[in-house]
Ligand binder design. Structure first.
Ligand SMILES: Nc1ncnc2c1ncn2[C@@H]1O[C@H](COP(=O)(O)OP(=O)(O)OP(=O)(O)O)[C@@H](O)[C@H]1O
Length: 822
């Protein structure tokens, strides 16, 4: 393996000839006026001057004017890469530029060219490679194969086997950071004809289309890759071991799709989508170039530590080796000389200039395979008889060995540098991340670092082939150890990442738990406080009963007060009922008495009426008699002419008496009528008396109920008192205190008493009204009776006077007995 110092991407700018009017491609629509700025191409100084927006001079490895032929371009920019490729270096050539700028023309991936002069890069590379392979001068045998693929709409397509599903084609990175494309046809190419045929075949399968700017515009990025494996064997004459050295290299020839502006290409529909994908891929390429062209982060120990967005597109992923990796790379920036394309050309130049700052580290990777060759005539088995020395052969062998030794010395020096660099990186890595690594991994890294001896600092004598071999073996072992350690490290890092995640989760969990624990602590503290408080209460001597737990004395006092209050209430009610009953009885007596009086008066009047009737009858008889007598007397007197008084004055007296009696009778009749009215009233009072009797009866019942209730209350009180006294032991019997009663009972009793009082009051009012009414009737009756007796007296007086007059005149008039006093 040999190592080269890092080298930059070489950038060549190719200016295509202006488009001729007779060109097959339609002229691109001009966006710029004729006075638009133009680029100044200076091939002598390999620079290009852009006047605007800010005057800028771009420097390149070479600037190829429009007159540059394909052959000139190839020999100046590509043939060095072909040599490197044949030496075992990975190489890349890619054409970059706007659409129609001549990328496909330059790369020669547009199909077989009509003339050999116009052949592009790929056919020329193939020709040169096969020419070299055919006549090897380094003792290697070469084998070539090729792949041809495109990235179309961000999908890989195998141009040598288009039926391969794009999804099955993968791009992966090996442990040694090599980019490999899987499941793509790798066609063996024993001769250039086969290779060219495959190129033509693939080109035909490529996605192209017509746009306003290019009638055969590439709609994909085409990647043509040559794979070379060269091997060489040598046998140690002492040991008979054959060493086979194998070197593999790749040559990517990339024809990128051109950046385009939809307005200019007139892309619509599917073309527009292609255009967007193309631009997106190129944008990522621009990002990768920008990122790689920046000076590395001074904090990063290795350029690999900076982030390069290779993975953002398939194109950049595929070109990862070529840009900033193990490859010798050349970029052909294609630009148009047209002022109409000024902006696009400027953009191309800007990226190309940046790409020039990208530093790659191309290395030749060689594998040495050992095998014992028993059949070798020169280094046959020690037991077999050695053939006679051939001086020419020996000379050649010595020369070969010498060359081999030289190579191995070079390899050794390279390895020493690699070891030193590896040690430096490892030490730096351990210093930086050692604390974050698991202890086992850090220790292992230390051991590896110790094993990686910085041989570059030591002056060493030229090693013998045996020593070199030993060294090689040691280095191989060390490398294996390093790879192992790296693997361990990667594993540890993974574990570490997982553990870190776990720790973070646990930390979160812990935080939650500690919050919960805090809350529980608080709760516990509160509970403790409560417990302490309870204990304190238990320890403290018994305090007088709380107001919520009344004593027996208080209970008794309350009960007694309630009882007395109830008793008072019942007493009052019973008393009121007794008064009412008495009032009603008095009323009944009064009514009965009035009735009696009225009945007596009626009887007297009836008697008097009868008497008066008798008297009137008698008086009428007497008057009639007197009239008869006087008539007879008058007759007698007339006969005797005797002027004699025949008792005419007695008749008159009788008539007056009759008149008086009739008058009295009339008055009596009046009185009887009044009396009858009174009797009618008396009938009402009979009803009233009946009602009163019933009411008195009810009241009596009520009074009995009250008395019973009072007795029951007394009993209850007695029981409660006994219970309280029993519960309280020697509690003193409380003295009744007016108004002391349990609030609830007081409310109940108060409500009951109020209700009762109210009803009694209403009843009393009612009774009072009725009594007043009866009293009014009775009073009227009495007045009537008084008036009647007064009239009677007057009549009697009048009659007595008349009677006395009549007695004086006639003894026939009887004087009635005086009426009984009312
Ligand atoms: N240096 C040149 N000399 C002669 N003709 C050229 C040159 N460069 C380009 N052309 C012609 O210009 C036309 C467009 O070129 P080409 O197809 O190579 O462009 P392109 O950059 O590949 O475009 P796209 O990105 O659209 O595929 C072609 O007809 C090609 O023959």
């Amino acid at each position: 393996m040999s190592l080269s110092p890092s080298e930059c991407v070489s950038v060549v700018v190719r200016v295509r000839p202006p488009t001729s009017p007779s060109s097959s491609a339609p002229p691109p629509p001009a966006l710029h006026p004729p006075s638009a700025p133009a680029l100044s191409f200076l091939p002598q100084t390999s620079s290009i001057h852009a006047p605007s927006p800010t005057p800028t001079a771009y420097q390149f490895d070479s600037v190829l004017p429009p007159s540059t032929t394909q052959s000139q371009l190839y020999s100046s920019a590509i043939s060095p890469l072909v040599s490197a490729f044949l030496s075992g270096y990975n190489s890349t050539v890619f054409a970059y530029g706007q659409t129609g700028s001549g990328k496909t023309y330059t790369m020669g991936t547009g199909g077989s060219s009509p003339s050999p002069e116009k052949e592009g890069v790929v056919p020329r590379v193939l020709q040169d490679v096969f020419a070299a392979v055919r006549n090897p001068c380094d003792g290697f045998t070469y084998s070539l194969s090729l792949t041809f693929m495109e990235i179309y709409n961000e999908m890989c397509r195998d141009l040598l086997c288009p039926s391969t599903p794009p999804k099955s084609i993968g791009i992966r990175e090996t442990d040694s950071n090599e980019i490999l494309v899987t499941n793509v046809t790798s066609a063996p190419t024993p001769d250039p004809a086969t290779a060219l045929r495959l190129l033509d075949e693939g080109t035909r399968n490529r996605s192209t289309g017509s746009t306003d700017m290019n009638s055969a515009s590439s709609r994909s990025h085409a990647i043509f890759t040559l794979l070379l494996e060269k091997s060489r064997s040598s046998t140690d004459e002492r040991t008979g071991v054959t060493h086979t050295e194998k070197i593999r290299s790749k040559f990517h020839l990339v024809d990128l799709a051109g950046s385009e502006r939809a307005k200019r290409t007139g892309a619509v529909g599917g073309r527009l989508k292609e255009s967007a994908t193309i631009n997106a891929g190129l944008l990522t390429l621009g990002k990768v170039i920008r990122s790689l062209s920046k000076p590395a982060d001074p904090r990063a120990l290795h350029a690999a530590h900076r982030h390069v967005p290779y993975r953002e597109s398939k194109l950049t992923r595929l070109l990862q080796d070529s840009l900033g990796g193990n490859s010798r790379t050349a970029m052909i920036a294609c630009v148009s000389p047209s002022t109409a394309d000024y902006t696009e050309s400027l953009s191309t130049l800007s990226y190309a200039a940046r790409a020039r700052d990208i530093r790659n580290k191309p290395v030749v990777v060689a594998k040495i395979v050992e095998s014992i060759d028993h059949s070798s005539g020169l280094f046959g088995s020690p037991r077999s008889p050695r053939p006679g020395p051939d001086s020419e052969k020996l000379k050649a062998e010595v020369a070969r060995r010498k060359a081999r030794e030289d190579e191995m010395c070079t390899s050794l020096v390279d390895l020493q540098y690699a070891t030193a660099e590896a040690k430096h990186l490892l030490v730096g890595f351990t210093a930086r991340y050692g604390s974050a690594l698991p202890p086992g991994a850090a220790r292992q890294l230390g051991v590896v670092a110790d094993l990686l001896v910085d041989e570059t600092s030591k002056a060493r004598p030229s090693p013998s082939p045996g020593a070199i071999r030993e060294k090689d073996e040691e280095i191989a072992r060390l490398k294996e150890r390093v790879v192992e350690c790296e693997r361990d490290l990667a594993r540890d890092e993974e574990i570490f990442a997982v553990k870190s995640r776990d720790i973070r989760t646990l930390q979160k969990h812990l935080a939650k738990q500690s919050e919960k624990a805090k809350a529980l602590d608080q709760q516990l503290a509160e509970e403790r406080k409560k417990g302490e408080h309870l204990q304190l209460r238990l320890r403290t001597p018994p305090t007088p009963p709380q107001p919520t737990l009344p004593s027996a004395a208080t209970l008794l006092q309350t009960a007694t007060a309630a009882f007395h209050k109830q008793q008072r209430h019942f007493d009052k009610k019973i008393q009121e009922l007794a008064i009412n009953i008495q009032v009603k009885r008095d009323l009944v007596d009064t009514i009965n008495r009035s009735r009696q009086d009225a009945a007596n008066l009626m009887a007297r009047h009836e008697r008097r009426k009868q008497e008066l009737g008798c008297k009137i009858g008698r008086l009428r008889k007497e008057i009639d008699q007197r009239e008869q007598d006087r008539l007879e007397l008058s007759i007698a007197t007339t006969v005797s002419n005797d002027s004699f008084d025949l008792g005419g004055s007695d008749i008159s007296d009788h008539e007056r008496s009759l008149e008086m009696a009739e008058h009295e009778l009339e008055s009596l009749s009046h009185q009887i009528r009044d009396q009858q009215r009174i009797v009618a009233l008396q009938k009402q009072s009979v009803q009233r008396v009946t009602e009163l009797g019933r009411e008195i009866e009810e009241m009596g019942e009520k009074r009995d109920v009250l008395r019973e209730e009072a007795a029951r209350l007394e009993e209850e009180y007695g029981e409660e008192r006994r219970r309280i006294l029993e519960g309280a032991g020697d509690a003193e019997e409380p003295q009744p205190q007016g108004g002391e009663i349990s609030p609830l009972r007081e409310i109940n009793l108060g409500e009951e008493a109020n209700k009762e009082n109210q009803s009694v009051k209403i009843e009393l009012e009612h009774e009072k009204k009725r009594s007043e009414e009866l009293l009014g009737i009775n009073m009227k009756l009495l007045q009537d009776l008084k008036l009647l007796s007064k009239k009677q007296k007057e009549a009697e007086l009048r009659e007595g006077g008349k009677r006395r007059v009549l007695l004086a005149k006639s003894r026939l008039v009887e004087v009635p007995p005086p009426p009984p006093p009312l």
